[in-house]
Write a protein that binds this ligand. Structure first.
Ligand SMILES: [Zn+2]
Ligand SMILES: [Zn+2]
Length: 337
């Protein structure tokens, strides 16, 4: 940073502080969202109107990096990643030391936090298998998680050690509370809800929880080529929870939709970079792994608009579970039972 006596450009000033304040209040920001914010700041600073359109990516970048430097003593950092669906980069203030549970604790009760943890576990475990990487769930499925598993099934040792485990066990939520907690997770920026009513982790959550997700769901001793619950995009190296997968079930190559488009634009053949099987663009990670199935479409036709209030999604994902237990072989992707 250069120091100029007359124009303290490289110096942290009121404009930077105002920007950081706006950023912290939102938690995330895109370049587009930053434009009116920076325009207002520049207008105040320069005493003449600066329009949003005049704000450049360079303006934004310099304010982001100044803000990031300013917050680093507080174990905060600004990280960014492309949104998995929208073609825009999302910047988020990320706490580099505290775990997500601690952060949720300021706004939620212990029972709510335990429920949210069960929801995230379900996204990455129950609804994320080698055959079907849905990595999302609908409200009906979330509702099934409102009560914690019974102590017999619960392997939580601290609860077992506790002589009065039963009375100490968390209570769980009512159905009406499930709805409001899920909604507040969307409002607070942790979950995103799709048009079809599926909840998945938001771009911000993926940035913030990246290492926690790896610690929680991936096996550090897994061998090369072994299926893991958290996977990364072959092109951009960020986590993929919505995107495309290789048509070869045992191949681990995953790509975001945007990344796949760019990746194959420069190549003559649409082959998987690892196993060279044809890249169909029709094998999905995320909710389309469910919604693009024949069974889901059929169910939706049958029940019309109320499809998301039916059990269709659960049936498709669960059917998958059962196959999972029996199989080990790969006898085609069609469900011909
Ligand atoms: Zn990518
Ligand atoms: Zn492949």
């Amino acid at each position: 940073m250069d120091e100029d006596q007359d124009e303290p450009i490289g110096q942290y000033n009121d404009a930077n502080r105002a920007f950081l304040q706006a950023f912290l209040a939102r938690g995330t920001m895109t370049f587009k969202e930053s434009q009116p914010v920076l325009a207002a700041i520049f207008t105040a600073q320069e005493g003449q109107t600066v329009e949003s359109e005049q704000i450049t990516q360079e303006d934004f970048d310099s304010y982001v990096s100044a803000a990031s430097a300013a917050i680093s003593p507080f174990d905060l950092e600004i990280r960014s990643a492309m949104h998995q669906l929208r073609k825009e980069r999302v910047y988020a203030v990320v706490n580099t030391t505290s775990d997500p549970i601690t952060q949720l604790a300021t706004l939620h009760s212990a029972d709510e936090i335990a429920f949210v943890k069960r929801v995230i576990d379900a996204m990455f475990e129950r609804y994320n298998t080698p055959r079907m990487e849905a990595l999302c769930l609908d409200e009906m499925q979330a509702n099934k998680l409102r009560v914690p598993p019974r102590p017999e099934e619960n392997e939580d040792e601290t609860m077992m050690e506790n002589g009065e485990g039963q009375s100490q066990a968390p209570k769980g939520l009512k159905s009406s509370e499930v709805e409001s907690v899920m909604r507040s997770m969307v409002d607070e920026g942790w979950f995103e809800r799709s048009r079809d009513g599926f909840y998945c982790l938001s771009a911000r959550a993926l940035l913030e929880l990246r290492s926690w997700l790896l610690d929680s769901y991936n096996d550090p001793d897994a061998e090369e080529g072994e299926w893991q619950r958290v996977k990364f995009c072959e092109a951009c190296k960020d986590v993929v929870t919505i995107g495309q997968r290789c048509s070869e079930r045992d191949c681990l190559v995953r790509l975001h939709d945007n990344c796949a488009e760019a990746f194959f634009r420069t190549r003559r053949q649409r082959g998987c970079p690892k196993c060279s099987k044809e890249w169909t663009g029709r094998h999905f990670v995320g909710e389309r792994a469910v919604t693009e199935t024949e069974a889901y479409q059929r169910g939706r036709r049958r029940s019309g608009k109320s499809a998301r209030h039916s059990n269709v999604a659960e049936e498709i994902m669960h059917e998958d579970d059962e196959e999972q237990e029996e199989d080990g072989d790969e006898d085609g992707d069609e469900d011909d039972e």
